[in-house]
Structure formats: structure tokens, C-alpha cells
Design a protein around this ligand. Structure first.
Ligand code: BGC
Length: 775
């Protein structure tokens, strides 16, 4: 707290100011980038960190940077651009010699403190920045990001990120390589698990929420992988991406821009080539768009050895050329390539890279360090450990988030939730007792022994309810053997309802885990057939980082719930939902395909000249499979029933600066309390280019008691109804916009509005508005 109890923060200029001033500035439309930066800094508690050190920065950061730069040798400058991992090739002495501006994978306070004290022995004592992949938890694991997206609840995304950051910051981590803002329409891509799915609006809302949450917990963020990485051809990780420009701007870029609006200070360039130019060497993307159009003032890091990969991409002959191209394109930091330290000094001396370009990159790195208050922050206490986690509060939060991420896809005859009349349940399947796998990929310092497994959670809850419990996994984790089947079938016969926990082990999801066949792997289908043959109702509980191909089990299972990778509290959270303590409220953040061969797919696809007609072969479709998804984007059932009624569009004619506003009454017409996600979609039916069949433009999650009704208003600025042209111009065209409201992307039409005023903005002209109001 500042004088007089007014909360203080740091302005981008490093001057203390009152919190109210931030709002005043924002209301007046202060410097556009500053809006995000200020928000980020305030949330990050930079002021708190400085207060803890007992000093305020002496001067304006830019002047301090000038002063530092004037003292730095070329090698020291390039050292600031070097991001090195714990272990080889790092020598601890590199830190003392000022050759490691940032460090990754230091995941204990003792090691961070050791590195910090070495940096204090360096000539200029510039603190390194400590980064780690903290995606969905540090020690306490929250559901994986795709799962968290299914909650359609930005408050929970913020909460999960804040907890992850708090735990990581406790041992001295300062920077997370998150959130991943890569939209993907192809669930073969294993990394879809790290993001928010296929929708740019959901992506913007959740990416911003995650940035805010990480900042609130004390980590600065590195939004990744800029950009288009999720469109890897064939769903093959690292493969090239070919994305038409209007679609790139309309669909793939907005979540990144939202991250900037929320104050992210670093951006990671993706591994992929975009339309033939690797991101790591793409000046249009990293300089023209990111810095020119969006006004980004932070720094860009490469991905792991991404600069070196320019050789394999075929755009650099050798390491020196790769380093030169990356730096001049706008990559400030070389993650684990060692090419900047090795080649940039010579490139400068040979006159192939202007020293001013190096200075500019160093300036951006130092700017972030200063704005974070690193120069004033005391070193981490080496005695700090993460063993204090997961605390009961963190577990409670992990449970709260997980509960809302489960998507009930099918519930024949209301077989769920388990009722008091149930005599016994059987829990089977390779992922029922998989305490490591339930954490999902990139589980930072998550420990399997902290996990409540699904089997354990259901056992405890069943016993508490006086319901019998049988457990037999049926097969090993990868389900390669059948010798456990008999015990699983016996357990099923003994029970009234069977929970079959199947899916993909953690290693089958995440980076470098693309798959061509999304059917349940190995002997899992045989296990399910054997369980179904008992005649008992079989509930599929899917533990996976993406939708799977369910084949015959889609119709034969009594109920299907996707639990994703729920994290440390998987068992307790799932038990609460399966036993009806809470109603499921998750919605699919990706379309659920019937067959892997349908991929890529997304609900917000463009129309064709021959829309699908049954019994007409010469329309859009496949000969051997339906063209529609098994479950659409936004789909998810509840134990209760919601009704939407009396939709009312506030104003039918809208100017470019108006808002499309629609009221609707939501009623819980069923027997239980529950939550529903009301979703508003639009379509521009006639435009200068084909526009998507539907686009999510707003959503709201609402909790209602049985019989309760509430009136909601969903609201979309007209500017968000526009789209980009080939040359990057953004247009809102006059004409009709159709409006749909519902509880999934199969929402009902509720009318239309007419836009009566054109808006046309050249690239960059949107900058101010877009950053002030990224959503
Ligand atoms: C991944 C990044 C990650 C980095 C550091 C890379 O392989 O693509 O997402 O942040 O490694 O671990």
C-alpha cells in the first residue's frame, strides 16, 4: 500500500502512481500498450516486489537502460539474449561472466539462489530471468488447459493460473512459458491439450484470463507459440502451416492480441513456418505486426533451439546466418540455440548486423527485467521448497476447477448421477488408477503421490454413501494384455453400474504426441466389449488430452463423460460430479469427430456451394461417414434441464460503434441445481467474402437453482462482427447479421440485426482500440 492506504503500482515509466490513475488513464485511452503493461505490472505485484526490497527504482527505466547499455561490452550484450537450460551446455561460470541473460528449468530455490548469487558477482550484476513451463500447475496440478477451456469460465482460468504461479513463484520462478494461445482445428495434434481448442473468441477470453491469473500469482508470462503453430499440416507437430491471411488475422491472431491486452511482456516464436517463412525468421510477423501494428514493447524469445532449426527449415546456410536472420526478424532471445552467443559478436564486427539491432534486443530484455523489478528484488531464500504444496486450499481450488471441466456427452435414461438406490459400482480400466497420467503432460513439479486417483476418489465417495465398490483395472496402462479382463468382468457383474476409465496415457498427449488414429488404443476396445457383454450399464470416463474416436462405443455406452486430464484432485472432483454433489457443466471447446478421417474440423467453417443434403451424393460429405461431428463445439449435458426463452434483440439497426445486445431468460426447468453456458453465435450471410457458418461471439455461464429463472444480456461490440481482407484491411460491412442463441454451437436462430454503417481500418489502425478492448 502506498501513502494514505492507496494501492500503488509502477507506471511504464517506473514512476509510482495511484491505482485510480490507471483507470483514469485507461478511460481516457492512454498509451495503448501501456494499458496492458500497466495491468500486468499491477497484477504482478512489481510494486510489492520493490517495496519488499525497500527501494524504489532510482530513475526512469529507459534512462537506466541507456546507462547500462553504455557500459556493456558486446559479449555482455549478447549474453542478455542467451536463454539457457539447467545442465549442459550451461557452465555455472557463464552466469558469473554475464553470458546467461535468462535461465530455464531451474526448478528449486536452492539452484535459483545459487545462480542469483553468481549473477551478483558478474561485472554489471544484471539479474537473470528464471523461466519454466508452468502450464496448469506447479506442484498442485490443475486440469490441463484444454480441460479448463471446457469450463467456459474465465474466473476459473484465472484462479488456476494464479495458483500455478503462486506455487512456482514461491521457489523463485519468475516467468512461465504460457499461456499457449494456439488455436487448433485438428485434434490429431497432441499439443491441442495445451490450449483452448478451436474457437478464437473462447481463446481470447481464456488467454487473457490466464495471463491475468499468472500475473496475479507472481509470474510474468510468455504467450506462445506465435503464430499459427496449431495449424500444423496433418496435425503433425512441428509441420508447416499454410494459412490464408484473412483467416490468420481473424482466427489465429486474436488470442495473442488478447494476451498483449492483458499485459503479457514476452512472446515466444513458434517452431512452424507460416506460408513458407519460419516464424523465427519472419520480420513481418515479429516486427511489422507484433511491434508495428500492436505496439508490443516486450521481448520475443525463440522456442527451444528454434533459431538453429532455421537451417533445417532451409532458410539459413549456417549458424551465423540463422542468428542474423532471427535477430533482424525480431527474435530477441535465443532459447537453447547458443547461436547468438556464438555468432552475433562476429556478425556485428563484420558489419552484417548493426550493433543498434543488438542494442534494441538487449533494451527489450532489460526493459522487461526492470519493469518486473528484478534489479531491486532480493534473491530467493534457498531454503524454500515446494513440499508445502499442495496445501488444502490449493487442493480445494484444483477441485473447484476440475469439477467444471468434465463434459457429459451422453446420459441415456439419466443413468448418471449415481443414486442412493445403487447397490454397488464397479471401476475398471487402465486409467482408473493412474496417478501420474491423470496430471497430464507438462505437469511441472506435479508428483504422482499427491494425486487422488479416480479409483480412490470413487471408492471414498461410494463408501461414504454406503454403496459397494469393486475395482479391477482390467489391463495395464497401455492396455496391451488381456489377462486382467476376467477380474474386470467379474467386478462389473457384481455391480449395478460400471465406470470404464479409458483413454490415452499422458505420454500420448502433448508435444511430439500427434496421432493418426484416435480410436481407443490397444486392447481397450476388447475390454469395453467384454464389459458391455455383461449387460450392465457402462459409463465411459475418458481420460485424454483430446477427443477420441469412440466408434461403436458412442451408441453402446450408457453415458460418456470426458474428464480430460483432471490433475491432482481428479478422483475427488469426479466423485462429486458422478455422485451428483455437483452437476456437470463443461462444454466442448473442440468439435468431437466421429472419425479421425474427418480432421481437421471446426464448427466455424466456411460454407460451400453445395451444403450437405441427405440422399444427394453431389453435396458436401463423405461416402463412408457423416460429415457432422459426433458432438458439436459447445456441447455438454447437465443433470438438470435449462430452457432459453423470450430472446429479445435490443436494437435491430446498428452503427459501427454500437453493440449488438440481446436479452434472454434462462430457466432451470429440471430437478437439480446446475450451471449452463448460454452461447451467442452470429453469421454474416452475405458479404464480400464467404463468412463462417457460425461464430461464437459471447457466452455466459450461469448458475440456477431448480425452478429459478434469470434474465441475461449478451453483448457484442459491432466492431467484433467484422473480418479481414487479403491485404490486412479490417472491415465491418453493412448488411444483415443473423443471431443464434443456445447451449451449444447448434444454437437456434433468434433473429437478425442490420449493420447500417461501414467500418474500414488499415492494419495498425485497430491498434489502440484492439489493445484497450482486446475482447
Ligand atoms: C516447447 C515450448 C516450451 C519449450 C521450453 C519447447 O519444446 O515447444 O512450448 O516452452 O520447449 O520447455
Amino acid at each position: 500500500m502506498g501513502p494514505g492506504g492507496v494501492q500503488t503500482g509502477l507506471s511504464p515509466g517506473g514512476i509510482f502512481f495511484r491505482m485510480a490513475t490507471v483507470r483514469e488513464l485507461d478511460a481516457k485511452g492512454g498509451p495503448d500498450v501501456g494499458t496492458g503493461w500497466r495491468a500486468g505490472l499491477l497484477a504482478l505485484g512489481a510494486a510489492a516486489a520493490i517495496a519488499a526490497a525497500g527501494v524504489a527504482p532510482a530513475a526512469d527505466p529507459e534512462r537506466r537502460i541507456d546507462a547500462l547499455l553504455s557500459q556493456m561490452t558486446l559479449d555482455e550484450k549478447v549474453g542478455q539474449l542467451n536463454l539457457v537450460s539447467h545442465g549442459p551446455p550451461l557452465r555455472w561460470d557463464d552466469i558469473r561472466e554475464g553470458k546467461a541473460g535468462a535461465l530455464i528449468n531451474f526448478n528449486s530455490a536452492a539452484e535459483i539462489a545459487r545462480a542469483q548469487s553468481l549473477a551478483r558477482e558478474s561485472r554489471l550484476k544484471i539479474p537473470p530471468l528464471f523461466g519454466l513451463d508452468v502450464l496448469h500447475g506447479f506442484r498442485t496440478q490443475f486440469p490441463v488447459p484444454l480441460a479448463e477451456a471446457a469450463a467456459f469460465n474465465p474466473r476459473l482460468s484465472r484462479l488456476a493460473a494464479e495458483w500455478a504461479a503462486r506455487e512456482a513463484a514461491h521457489i523463485g520462478v519468475q516467468w512461465t512459458y504460457a499461456p499457449m494461445a494456439d488455436l487448433s482445428r485438428d485434434v490429431r495434434w497432441g499439443r491441442i491439450v495445451e490450449g483452448f481448442g478451436e474457437d478464437p473468441h473462447l481463446g481470447q477470453v481464456l488467454t487473457a484470463a490466464r495471463v491475468e491469473g499468472f500475473h496475479a500469482g507472481g509470474l510474468t508470462t510468455g504467450v506462445k507459440h506465435f503464430a499459427g503453430y496449431g495449424a500444423a499440416e496433418g496435425g503433425r507437430d512441428y509441420d508447416t502451416t499454410l494459412i490464408p491471411m484473412p483467416e490468420f488475422r481473424d482466427t489465429y491472431l486474436p488470442p495473442f492480441r488478447a494476451a498483449l491486452g492483458a499485459g503479457t511482456m514476452t512472446v515466444m516464436a513458434g517452431f512452424n513456418a507460416l506460408n513458407g517463412v519460419p516464424n523465427t525468421a519472419n520480420p513481418w510477423l515479429l516486427t511489422e505486426v507484433l511491434r508495428g501494428e500492436w505496439g508490443f514493447e516486450g521481448f520475443v524469445t525463440s522456442d527451444w533451439a528454434g533459431i538453429h532449426e532455421l537451417l533445417a527449415h532451409g532458410v539459413a546456410r549456417d549458424g551465423a546466418e540463422a542468428a542474423r536472420k532471427a535477430l533482424l526478424a525480431g527474435v530477441d532471445m535465443d532459447m537453447m540455440g547458443q547461436l547468438y552467443v556464438r555468432h552475433l559478436p562476429d556478425e556485428v564486427r563484420a558489419g552484417r548486423v548493426p550493433e543498434s539491432a543488438v542494442d534494441e534486443a538487449v533494451r527489450r530484455v532489460l526493459r522487461v527485467k526492470m519493469r518486473l523489478g528484478l534489479f531491486e528484488r532480493p534473491d530467493i531464500d534457498p531454503a524454500r521448497v515446494d513440499a508445502a504444496f499442495p496445501t488444502p486450499e490449493a487442493r480445494r481450488a484444483a477441485r473447484e476447477v476440475a469439477r467444471e471441466t468434465f463434459v457429459l456427452l451422453r446420459n441415456q435414461g439419466d443413468v448418471l448421477p449415481i443414486t442412493a438406490a445403487t447397490r454397488a459400482i464397479a471401476v475398471v480400466g487402465p486409467l482408473a488408477d493412474a496417478p501420474r497420467d491423470q496430471l497430464g503432460p507438462h505437469a511441472a513439479r506435479g508428483h504422482a503421490q499427491d494425486s487422488v486417483s479416480i479409483a480412490e476418489g470413487l471408492r471414498r465417495r461410494a463408501e461414504a454413501a454406503g454403496i459397494g465398490y469393486r475395482f479391477a483395472p482390467g489391463c495395464d496402462l497401455f492396455c496391451t494384455r488381456t489377462d486382467g479382463f476376467a477380474a474386470a468382468v467379474a467386478a462389473a457383474r457384481d455391480a449395478d453400474i460400471v465406470f470404464a476409465v479409458v483413454g490415452e496415457p499422458q505420454d500420448h498427449s502433448g508435444e511430439a504426441a500427434s496421432r493418426v488414429d484416435l480410436a481407443l488404443a490397444n486392447r481397450q476396445p476388447e475390454l469395453l466389449d467384454a464389459l458391455l457383454a455383461t449387460g450392465k450399464p457402462v459409463v465411459l470416463l475418458l481420460v485424454a488430452g483430446r477427443p477420441l474416436e469412440l466408434g461403436r462405443f458412442a451408441d453402446r455406452s450408457a453415458a460418456i463423460m470426458t474428464a480430460w486430464y483432471p490433475g491432482t484432485e481428479a478422483g475427488t472432483a469426479l466423485a462429486e460430479v458422478l455422485f451428483g454433489d455437483a452437476s456437470p457443466s463443461g462444454k466442448l471447446p473442440v468439435s468431437y469427430p466421429r472419425h479421425t478421417g474427418q480432421l481437421p474440423m471446426a464448427y466455424n467453417r466456411l460454407p460451400t456451394g453445395r451444403p450437405t443434403l441427405p440422399n444427394n451424393r453431389f453435396t458436401l460429405g463423405y461416402l463412408d461417414e457423416q460429415v457432422s461431428p459426433l458432438f458439436p463445439f459447445g456441447w455438454g449435458l447437465s443433470y438438470t434441464r435449462f430452457r432459453l426463452s423470450e430472446p429479445m434483440i435490443a436494437r435491430p439497426r446498428l452503427g459501427a460503434s454500437d453493440r449488438l445486445s440481446i436479452g434472454v431468460t434462462v430457466t432451470n426447468a429440471g430437478p437439480r441445481a446446475g450451471q449452463e453456458v448460454v452461447q451467442l453465435y452470429t453469421r454474416d450471410p452475405v458479404a464480400s467474402r464467404s463468412r463462417p457458418l457460425r461464430e461464437l461471439k459471447a457466452f455466459e455461464k450461469i448458475a440456477l437453482e431448480p425452478g429459478e429463472s434469470r434474465r441475461l444480456t449478451l453483448d457484442v461490440p459491432v466492431e467484433r462482427l467484422g473480418f479481414h481482407l487479403d491485404d490486412g484491411t479490417f472491415v465491418v460491412e453493412p448488411g444483415e447479421i443473423q443471431v443464434f442463441l443456445g447451449t451449444s454451437s447448434a444454437a437456434d436462430p433468434v433473429g437478425s440485426v442490420e449493420i447500417v454503417e461501414e467500418l474500414r481500418l488499415r492494419p495498425g489502425e485497430r491498434r489502440a482500440a484492439a489493445l484497450r478492448s482486446p475482447l
